[in-house]
Design a protein around this ligand. Structure first.
Ligand code: ADP
Ligand code: ZN
Ligand code: ZN
Length: 816
């Protein structure tokens, strides 16, 4: 008898055994997908991770339905990496598998399929089965795979659906819900009539008496000579100082042709620019040091101050790895940053750059998956957020983790709760590849690893072009309030500085780490604050919608006119968010154009890019934003950055609060004065003498590091202790209280290390579920694997207690 061992895309730790025929056994390879029945009537896409002849003893092995691939679609290294992740982060291998694959490759009986709207299909190109499905989708908007099985009256339908997806005829229902609308950008090119060498001369003759049009044509030639990439109508009108009407006339005259491209798929004509990259002396030195360091060590940290030109060093390094035929993975904390970076990289590497992220459609993700697997030229460099780590690389040479300190590299929900930086280092190890971490404000953990010489360290202390580090001015809010020098949330100094920057035609960034108008509404009479009905948090006031919203579950109500507790109409707003700052700006600087960047204004696929673009194009003078602004954006005309209130970051109840405040402020400050002139940063705070604020002011990373490291040792936190956080959830408060106490006691009796809790977190109820947490601190010198095994055993026995079975327990290893 012949069997395959498979992973199912379900939150299960086990692998499962299925029976195959001898012929199938010889055909199947590890890494191929098979459709299998599971439970009463479900079908899943499973992944083969082993083949053997050992019949399972506990259950009757079912037969697979069919083989879905002709060759492996996942690599063995990849599977090994997933197993490591499942083991290290204490989750099911099924969780990793489900998180790793684009959903388009994971069809299951519950998946909903729809017809792609607006696609013309030639019936004759469809097989009988394909046609039946296509037909059925005319009568019904969407179908479950289960239903399609009965329409075709056979079990083996996944390959047919896959074909239809490849042909772009059907899509997964969930994608349609994403309401994905790619932005089309309008471009012009010279009509093919004039493409010859003397095209310009001919044209000038044609346009002899049309001066305005002539100017546009000349501008076009200039642009295409200097930029070597497609020219947008917008750019052309700007440069030639004309209007789109003139461009339209030129199109009508058949001098130009217009065409549209999807904004993020522009590949610069597929050609890389010829421009050679010239590193500055400091960059060149760092570059050589990195190469040396990577000869000896697997991981190197590039600690370069903001705007030191780290990206250019990455590019140079990528160049070298590409020459050896290796693949390069470039991880970014958030995909918001990619547009700027993708265009910088495509300028150098043309269409060798592939982008992988969750906002892309399934087909696009599947495409990158396949390109990576085949080691295609088109995916020699893959840029992506953390999930790009799961692609089927087979020849990885270099991994770059940019802004390595960013907490978004750690996935919180759902499992696998992995840290992409740490998992990247493990992946590199499997590939014998190298890792370059980059940051202006490295995480304490990473910097610590350089100090114990586990990682190499290369430092750049100067900005590119010798621009000086921004000058930081502190404003003492207490004093300003006392002396009545505040207008709303703006100190007189900040107002003066903004006015000066604007008068010089320079741009300003204002940072307020909270969205919304003002966080809460409070009753002046009784002090009542409206709370979310399902979560233990106060509702946030959003002025433009005149709503109170819960930032955890999305619950919203109209802004109350009177207090729901005492009916008083004397309500006031407390605290302030980005929206209120923007409002105040309008009255302070009525002539300035303001923009806002936070989660509310950047929804949708291009929401973020739109704001970045208009700021870059100087259509916005003052940009107000949340921590999204702190993420490696490069603007050349920003001379002033204002931090509206430094204190709410410092007072976060979290052992990383000071480290994060330092990072956030330093990063936002780093947006000032990037191209020539020294920038200015104004920090408003009630604690101007706070160590962290002083460290930001003097650009003293090492001071921050030493102070924090000392605290971490005293209070038993990373890097000296590893932390596992257990979160328990249940709707019944008493049961949860009892259960978490039970688990706490069992853990503290069986572990020889600090176990803290069970703690009621600051937000102790979300979506009607109560929450308790337990913190386990594992000293560096203890064997982590064994400790986890013990913990897992305790968790299993907890699950075996009948009355606690309904309590959910989530383990978060290396909790961030
Ligand atoms: P960092 O990532 O260190 O903050 P960037 O890589 O964004 O810095 O570089 C800052 C600015 O300096 C960018 O606008 C970049 O184009 C420019 N720059 C850096 N190095 C070079 C170089 N070698 N040649 C030309 N421009 C450079
Ligand atoms: Zn009241
Ligand atoms: Zn809520």
């Amino acid at each position: 008898m012949f069997f395959v061992e498979v992973i199912l895309p379900l939150s299960l730790a086990k692998t499962f055994t299925y029976r195959v025929s001898e012929a199938e056994f010889h055909f199947i390879k590890i890494g191929m997908r098979v459709a299998v029945p599971f439970g009463k009537s479900k079908i899943y896409t499973a992944l083969v991770i082993d083949m053997h002849q050992n019949e399972p003893s506990l259950y009757d092995a079912k037969e697979i339905h069919q083989i879905l691939d002709e060759r492996p679609i996942a690599t063995e290294t990849q599977i090994k990496h997933w197993l490591w992740i499942a083991n290290y982060y204490m989750c099911g291998i099924g969780d990793v598998y489900r998180g790793a694959f684009p959903t388009g490759l994971l069809l299951e009986s519950e998946t909903m399929i729809s017809r792609k709207p607006e696609v013309l299909v030639n019936d004759s190109e469809l097989s009988d089965d394909e046609f039946l499905i296509y037909e059925a989708l005319h009568h019904q908007n969407s179908l479950k795979i289960q239903e399609i099985i009965s329409i075709l009256n056979k079990k083996n339908i996944l390959p047919v659906l896959q074909k239809l997806m490849e042909k772009d005829i059907i899509v997964l229902e969930e994608e349609i819900k994403e309401s994905y609308k790619p932005k089309l950008v309008r471009y012009v090119k010279l009509h093919s009539k004039y493409e010859s060498d003397n095209g310009l001369t001919e044209l000038l003759e044609v346009l002899k008496s049309a001066n305005k049009q002539k100017e546009v044509v000349l501008a076009y030639f200039q642009l295409s000579a200097s930029e070597k990439k497609p020219i947008t109508v917008k750019k052309l009108t700007e440069v030639s100082n004309s209007t789109s009407t003139i461009v339209k006339t030129l199109i009508e005259k058949e001098i130009f042709e217009e065409y549209y491209l999807q904004h993020d798929r522009v590949s610069f004509d597929g050609k890389a620019s010829e421009k050679q990259l010239h590193l500055s002396e400091a960059q060149e030195k760092a570059f050589n040091e990195i190469k040396n360091s990577l000869l000896q060590k697997e991981v190197c940290l590039l600690h370069g101050v903001t705007s030191s030109g780290k990206t250019e060093i990455y590019i140079k390094l990528i160049e070298e790895y590409l020459e050896t035929g290796k693949q390069v993975l470039y991880l970014l904390p958030e995909i918001a940053l990619t547009t700027q970076l993708v265009s910088r990289l495509r300028n150098h590497f043309g269409d060798k750059v592939a982008v992988f992220h969750s906002k892309y459609s399934n087909n696009e993700r599947v495409e990158v998956w396949k390109q990576t697997l085949e080691n295609s030229d088109k995916a020699q460099i893959v840029i992506g957020a953390r999930s790009a780590l799961f692609l089927p690389f087979n020849n990885l040479g270099l991994l770059i983790v940019d802004e390595e300190h960013e907490q978004t590299f750690k996935q919180t929900d759902p499992a696998p709760r992995y840290h992409a930086r740490d998992s990247a280092i493990v992946l590199a190890n499997f590939h014998q590849a190298k890792v370059l971490l980059g940051s202006a404000t490295p995480s304490i953990e990473t910097y610590f690893n350089t100090q114990i010489e586990k990682f190499g360290l290369v430092t750049i202390t100067e900005r590119y072009n010798n621009v000086r580090m921004p000058e930081v001015l502190l404003v003492d809010l207490k004093d300003k309030h006392f002396r009545k020098r505040m207008t709303g949330h703006f100190s007189d100094l900040l107002i003066e500085e903004i006015a000066e920057a604007l008068s010089l035609g320079e741009q300003v960034i204002l940072f307020q780490n909270r969205r919304g108008y003002s966080p809460i509404i409070e009753c002046m009479t009784c002090g009542h604050v409206p709370h979310c009905q399902q979560c233990d948090v106060s509702l946030t006031f959003h002025k433009n919608k005149n709503q109170l919203r819960c930032h955890y579950c999305g619950y919203s109500i109209a802004k109350p006119t009177h207090c729901h507790s005492c009916s008083s109409i004397d309500l006031t707003t407390k605290g302030f968010g980005t929206e209120q700052i923007e409002q105040e700006l309008v009255s302070l600087f009525p002539k300035a154009k303001t923009g806002r960047m936070d989660q509310d204004t950047t929804r949708g696929k291009f929401g973020f890019e739109k704001i970045i673009d208009s700021f870059k194009n100087r259509e916005i003078d003052i940009l107000v934003g949340t921590q999204m602004l702190a993420k490696g954006l490069d603007f050349d005309n920003v001379s002033l950055v204002g931090i509206m209130n430094a204190d709410n970051m410092l007072h976060h109840p979290d052992f990383r609060a000071f480290e994060r405040s330092f990072q956030m402020m330093t990063q936002v400050a780093g947006r000032a004065g990037r191209s020539e002139k020294q920038g200015k940063v104004v920090i408003q705070t009630y604690n101007p003498n706070h160590n962290t604020i002083q460290q930001v002011t003097t650009h003293n990373y090492i001071g921050m590091y030493k102070e924090q490291l000392y605290d971490r040792q005293i209070y038993k936190y990373p890097p000296y202790f590893r932390i596992i956080k257990l979160t328990l959830k249940h709707k019944d408060f008493e049961k949860l209280k009892e259960g978490s106490m039970w688990l706490y006691q069992v853990l503290s009796q069986n572990l020889t290390m600090p176990v803290l809790g069970p703690e009621e977190p600051a937000i102790s109820r979300i979506r009607n579920e109560y929450i308790r947490t337990i913190l386990i601190k594992i000293p560096q010198n203890l064997h982590l694997g064994n400790t986890k095994k013990t913990i897992q055993k305790m968790l299993n026995s907890f699950e075996a207690v009948a009355q606690y079975r309904a309590i959910k327990v989530i383990a978060n290893v290396d909790f961030y």
